[in-house]
Design a protein around this ligand. Sequence first.
Ligand code: NAP
Ligand code: ZN
Ligand code: ZN
Length: 349
Amino acid sequence: MKVLGYAAQTPSAPLAPFLFDRRAPRPDDVTIEILYCGVCHSDLHQARNDWGFSEYPIVPGHEIVGRVIAVGDSVTKFKPGDLAAIGCMVDSCRVCAPCNEGLEQYCEEGNIQTYNGRDRHDHTQTFGGYSQVILASQDFVLHLPENMDLKGAAPLLCAGITTWSPLRHWKIGAESKVAVIGLGGLGHMALKLAHALGAEVTLFTRSPGKEADARRLGAHNVVLSTDSAQMQSVHNQFDLIIDTVPYEHDINPYLPTLTLDGTLVFVGLLGDSPTFNTMPMITGRRSIAGSCIGGIAETQEMLDFCGQHGIVSDVEVIKIQDINAAYERLLKSDVKYRFVIDMASLSAA
Ligand code: NAP
Ligand code: ZN
Ligand code: ZN
């Protein structure tokens, strides 16, 4: 099937219209017409080969919502006309220990990324959601709760699940104190979700102008991370810190703000971190961890939770033609708080 999308052809080229072939559908595939696709900082990283493993052309996009237009013969979970969503993965080996536990994102053979991946069966390149149509096995397609705003729902498929998974893994609830570093796409979802789970929530930000928004989004407290007196004032507080910062940064000022047995979990930076002092880790039995998106069952759990609690992302809807300008704004942390592409704009390309 020929599909129109937007692609980066090299690390330095702007995204531009690109006509490509989707692989042939298999019996367990669900084919989706894409209505909205969120813009994750990971799209920018991979379009520009920041992580060193981009295979061009790259059609980014892994926060995908749309409507089912066709299903294969063995599909039981979806029918044409249903709302459906796809996140960061479209397949995994399905038999290893992590896959058996519903932790497909940690598949021992590597999960198959929605874009910048290779299909497990025919080894064709995977292309993401900045496009008209996508297909995937029904086991990697999510149901959207009725009446959810579709624009706001799209970012749940990455920003939502990536912050939900550590909140659940570290058992965050009404007794917990959670902090979030960075108020962008992931950070604003972390505030909303931690608040809805009943935790006391603090935002660490470099941006003084974001305080009012942070409180509206669910933060009880806001700490300017560039102010050492403010940092001192929150020592020994947090059970969990979710660090969403995309680039190298010093975590030493944050470690003493963890409580005994507290954990700082990286979800933002994929790469080298400057060294950290082990003293606060040893004296407070504190941990540093990482977390990758979330499993399929957990993603459905998060979508259902958001449906019940009326949670969606705060979005700025853009046309696909504005994607390169949106990337420049993302680099300046100038987004409130997620760009979402209205895919109807693609027909004008
Ligand atoms: P984003 O919308 O650009 O937000 C990042 C925020 O971090 C900014 O708004 C800013 O907040 C803060 N920040 C940015 N640069 C900084 C710097 N140099 N030093 C300190 N703070 C900085 O990005 P996003 O879409 O939320 O993605 C965040 C990161 O998560 C990206 O690297 C992305 O690749 C990664 N990611 C990981 C996973 C996973 O599975 N682990 C999944 C999705 C995304 P303030 O202005 O408030 O300081
Ligand atoms: Zn993402
Ligand atoms: Zn596996």
